[in-house]
Design a protein around this ligand. Structure first.
Ligand code: CS2
Length: 496
C-alpha cells in the first residue's frame, strides 16, 4: 500500500517539495471561514510562500468548513497537508502546502470556532463562503434580517451562520480585551470588504442593544474590512488529478487541489494589525481595489457565467470545450468588448486588451476540466455583479446591451427549462430555486418567463428589471433561445 501524505511522511517527499517553514513548526495566525478548494489553491499558497519569504512561522491557517465534513475527512488524516497541482506549470507542476494547520467543521463545534476567532494569536480572519454564505440580498447588499437562523444566532445560541460566527468571535474578542483583527472577505462580490462590514453592522441591529453598541464602537478601533480581488480558476479535482499528484509526490494525497498557473490577489492596504508578508510574494497591496475588482468580476466572472449557461445549453460539459466553439468564443469576446469594456475604469496603465486575450487563453486551458454546470450554480447570487451592473451602466448611456442580455436570458432558460438543447437534463443548484420556481409556475412563453424572473427583486433591482429596453432585449433573446437553441442564438448574436 502506498503511503499517504502527512507530517510523518514529509521526509519521504522529494526534497524540493517539502514545505518551508516546516509545517510542524507553524502556529495559527489566520482563521479562514470556508476552507474549500479555492482557499487552498489561492490564499493558503500565498501564506505558505509569505512565511517562507520572511522566515516567520506564526501565520498558519485554521480552516473552518461550513456545510460538510468532507474537507475535514480529507485533511485531518493528512495533518492538513495537501498538494496543489498546476498542469502547464513546467517549473513546479505540484507544490505541497503546509500553511493550513487545523481544520474544523463548524457544525461539530461552533464554540471552538468562536474561540479560534477570538484568540489573541489570530490576527487575520479571512472568508470564502461564496455569495450565498452571507445570507444577504445581492441587489441591496443588506443582510436578510428576517432569516430565522440569523435571528436565532443573534439571540446568543452557538452560531450556525457565518455572520453569526464572525460576530460572536468579535464579541468574545472584545470581552477578552483582544488585539485588533483584520477581516478579509475573499468572495467574488463588488466591494466585498465594505459589504461585509455593512452586513456585520446590520447583524448588530439584531443583537441586544447594549451589547451591539459596545461592539460597534470597539470595532471602530479594532477591526478593518479591506476590499480584495481574488483570481485563480480552481475546478473540482478529478480522479485523474489524484493519480497525477500521486505520481509526482510518490505518495497518495486525497486532498489535492488543481488549478491554473495564473494567480492574482489584490488587497486594500488597510490592515488593523500584523499580516503575513504577502507583499513579498506577489500580493498587490493597493489603496483602491475597485478598479481591479470590476475588471475581474465583469470580464472574467461575467464571461464565465455567460459561457456556463450558453455552453451548458449548447451541450458543452467543460469551459474549454465551450470556448473551443468558434461562435461561442466570438460571442464571449463581443460581450467583453461591446457590453463590458465601456463600463470599466481600469487601473492606470492596465492593458485591457492583453487581459482579455489572456482570459480567452485561460478559459481554453485544456488541462482544466472546469464544468460549465459548476459555474452555473448559484446564478441568482452571481448575476447582479457579473452582468446586471454592466447592463445598468450601458442602459444609462442609451446603449442596448444585446450580448449581456443574451447571457441573462440564457440563465433564465437554464433555470426555467433545466435541459440542454439536446434534451439532456441540467443540474440547477441555487439558494433561491424555490422562489424562482414559484415565480415561474405555469409560465413558458418568453415574455412570461422574463416577467416572472425579472420580478424577483433579490436578483433584479427595480431600475434594471423595469427598464423597457432591457425587458425587450431579454424577451427577444429568450425567444431566440427557445426557437433556435443556444447554437442558433449564438449565430444570431455573433459579433456585428
Ligand atoms: C467562477 C469563479 O464558479 C464561478 O462562478 O466564475 O469561481 C472563477 O473561476 C474564479 O472567480 C476565478 O478567479
Amino acid at each position: 500500500m502506498t503511503a499517504r501524505l502527512c507530517l510523518g511522511q514529509l521526509a519521504q517527499l522529494p526534497a524540493g517539495l517539502r514545505p518551508v517553514p516546516s509545517p510542524g513548526d507553524v502556529s495559527v495566525g489566520v482563521v479562514h471561514l470556508g476552507i474549500g478548494a479555492f482557499h487552498r489553491a489561492h490564499q493558503a499558497v500565498y501564506t505558505q510562500k509569505a512565511m517562507g519569504a520572511d522566515g516567520t512561522s506564526g501565520w498558519g491557517v485554521c480552516g473552518v468548513t461550513q456545510r460538510s465534513r468532507s474537507v475535514v475527512e480529507l485533511l485531518a488524516p493528512q495533518d492538513c497537508l495537501y498538494s496543489v497541482l498546476v498542469p502547464g506549470d513546467d517549473a513546479s507542476p505540484v507544490t505541497v502546502v503546509g500553511s493550513v494547520r487545523e481544520v474544523l467543521f463548524a457544525q461539530d463545534g461552533p464554540e471552538e470556532v468562536v474561540d479560534r476567532l477570538a484568540r489573541p494569536a489570530t490576527k487575520v480572519i479571512s472568508l470564502t463562503v461564496s455569495e450565498k454564505g452571507y445570507r444577504f440580498n445581492p441587489a441591496t447588499r443588506r443582510l436578510s434580517t428576517d432569516d430565522p437562523d440569523l435571528v436565532a444566532d443573534a439571540q446568543g445560541r452557538p452560531p450556525v451562520t457565518v455572520i453569526g460566527q464572525l460576530v460572536a468571535g468579535l464579541q468574545a474578542r472584545r470581552r477578552q480585551g483582544g488585539p485588533p483583527v483584520t477581516v478579509l472577505c475573499c468572495d467574488n462580490m463588488t466591494s466585498n470588504g465594505t459589504t461585509l462590514d455593512q452586513l456585520v453592522h446590520d447583524y448588530c441591529n439584531l443583537v441586544a442593544p447594549a451589547e451591539a453598541d459596545a461592539l460597534v464602537s470597539w470595532m471602530e478601533t479594532h477591526v478593518t474590512f479591506p476590499n480584495t480581488m481574488v483570481d485563480r480558476i480552481v475546478p473540482a479535482t478529478t480522479d485523474q488529478d489524484l493519480a497525477t499528484a500521486a505520481a509526482l509526490l510518490g505518495m497518495e494525497d486525497r486532498a489535492v487541489v488543481v488549478t491554473e498557473p495564473f494567480s492574482q490577489w489584490v488587497v486594500e492596504d488597510r490592515f488593523a494589525g500584523p499580516r503575513p508578508a504577502w507583499d513579498k510574494v506577489g500580493v498587490e497591496l493597493v489603496r483602491d481595489v475597485a478598479p481591479y475588482e470590476e475588471v475581474k468580476l465583469r470580464l472574467l466572472n461575467g464571461s464565465h457565467s455567460a459561457l456556463a449557461y450558453l455552453g451548458a445549453l449548447a451541450g458543452y460539459d467543460l469551459v474549454s470545450q465551450a470556448v473551443g466553439d468558434q461562435a461561442l468564443a466570438a460571442y464571449v469576446r463581443a460581450l467583453m468588448d461591446t457590453d463590458v469594456t465601456p463600463t470599466l475604469a481600469p487601473p492606470s496603465g492596465f492593458d485591457l486588451e492583453g487581459y482579455k486575450d489572456a482570459l480567452m487563453a485561460r478559459f481554453a486551458n485544456p488541462a482544466l476540466r472546469h464544468r460549465t454546470q459548476q459555474i452555473a450554480m448559484d446564478g441568482s447570487q452571481k448575476l447582479p455583479y457579473r452582468l446586471l451592473n454592466p447592463v445598468r451602466e450601458r442602459l444609462a448611456v442609451g446603449a442596448e446591451p444585446h450580448h449581456a442580455s443574451l447571457a441573462v436570458a440564457a440563465w433564465m432558460r437554464y433555470v426555467s427549462v433545466a435541459r440542454a438543447d439536446d434534451g439532456r437534463q441540467l443540474e440547477v443548484k441555487d439558494p433561491l430555486l424555490g422562489q424562482l420556481r414559484a415565480a415561474l409556475a405555469g409560465r413558458s412563453a418568453p415574455s412570461e418567463v422574463a416577467d416572472a424572473l425579472l420580478g424577483v427583486r433579490a436578483v433584479f433591482p427595480a431600475d434594471v428589471a423595469e427598464h423597457p429596453v432591457f425587458r425587450r432585449l431579454v424577451v427577444e433573446a429568450l425567444g431566440v433561445l427557445s426557437e433556435h437553441g443556444a447554437v442558433g442564438a449564438l449565430a444570431a448574436y455573433g459579433p456585428a
